[in-house]
Design a protein around this ligand. Structure first.
Ligand code: DQA
Length: 158
């Protein structure tokens, strides 16, 4: 069993990879009526504080490139305790991301700020959901906090 604790993290904290997919770098400016006015940096800062309160350490990345996200998922294998991912529009199309997440051994939580099921029909299919431990949609940034609480419940030593 790999040691999932980060070398740089305080003793006892578990490393969680927070990934954001395409166009999420534009949060705050992009379709604020759908995604709100909070920037990605602010979402990540709130998530980091939440993680710390749960005894988790957060490593975060955003990419507009499918292959880069896949490489980041591969890099989490044997190193991170869990992945929290908002895959953006790759949610609906990327079987390659699906396969990468399937190869990750820990819990995977899919997060969406909006509720894709209540939007256009093409958003109603998630190819990530079948390999996620669970999915949280429609609660805005609180979704990241809910996801981290779910991760803590799964991975924290009892
Ligand atoms: C999203 C929902 C996706 O359908 C969309 O392509 C996004 C954002 C969300 O967080 O609500 O880019 O993942």
């Amino acid at each position: 069993m790999p040691d999932l604790r980060s070398d740089e993290s305080p003793v006892g904290s578990l490393l969680v990879l927070l990934l954001h997919g395409p166009n999420l770098n534009l949060l705050g400016e992009r379709e604020p009526h759908v995604y709100g006015t909070t920037t990605l940096a602010d979402h990540v800062a709130t998530a980091r504080a939440c993680a710390a309160s749960l005894g988790l350490e957060l490593e975060d990345h955003q990419s507009n490139h499918e292959g880069e996200l896949i490489d980041l998922v591969h890099g989490a294998r044997g190193r991170c305790a869990a992945i929290v991912i908002n895959p953006g529009a790759f949610t609906h199309s990327s079987w390659a991301l699906h396969d990468a997440l399937a190869a990750f051994e820990g819990p995977v939580v899919e997060v969406h700020l909006s509720n894709p099921d209540a939007r256009e029909p093409w958003r109603r299919t998630s190819v990530v959901a079948p390999v996620a431990t669970g999915s949280i949609s429609g609660f805005g940034g609180i979704g990241y906090e809910l996801a981290l609480r779910a991760v803590a419940a799964r991975v924290a030593p009892t």
